[in-house]
Design a protein around this ligand. Structure first.
Ligand code: HEC
Length: 138
């Protein structure tokens, strides 16, 4: 192989990979609006996300498979457990363990915080994840 053909291979391969990367990025953005329904992100959903971040729920839980594996997946918790159960978990005043030895702290959430989290979980539940994560409890 000459120096010239090595250089040409480098240039062509770089161009092909760059175009491919751009196309795949475009597909991801395109799928987001179809799968995640950003039009359903109300101010309550946004507030729920802020509460979620403020208390670092992700340090124990996963959302759509991403996060820590100490506590159950919550992207589908509304469907898996039902809204009344989720509310009772968030309203409970004592440190709780629901059937396991692992405990969840009490966060003293206000009614608005709990409403926001429930709306946030409902929006998460509506995302088409192509059946991810495969284990429903995370
Ligand atoms: C220190 C770890 C920890 C943090 C932080 C945490 N949780 Fe939990 N959470 C748990 C554990 C452990 C369970 C499961 C307890 C059991 O099943 O016995 C749980 C259960 C839940 C459940 C019920 C899930 C189910 O499938 O039964 C919900 C809803 C929930 N947590 C919401 C939250 C929210 C919202 C936050 C943030 C405000 C949060 N958690 C922060 C540990 C945590």
């Amino acid at each position: 192989m000459t120096k010239m053909s090595a250089r040409n291979m480098f240039i062509v391969a770089t161009l092909v990979v760059t175009v491919l990367f751009g196309y795949l990025t475009y597909l991801s953005y395109d799928a987001f609006s179809a799968n995640a329904h950003p039009e359903n992100i109300t101010s309550q959903v946004a507030h729920g996300k802020e509460v979620w971040e403020k208390h670092s729920c992700i340090n124990c839980h996963t959302l759509l498979g991403e996060g820590a594996y100490y506590a159950p997946e919550l992207g589908n918790v509304i469907e898996r457990r039902g809204e009344p159960f989720v509310r009772s978990v968030l309203e409970t005043t004592a440190v709780q363990g629901w059937g396991t030895t692992r405990k969840m702290p009490q966060f003293d959430l206000s009614a608005a915080d709990i409403d926001g989290l429930v709306e946030f979980f409902k929006w998460m539940n509506g995302i088409d994840t192509n059946n991810w994560p495969p284990n429903k409890e995370g």
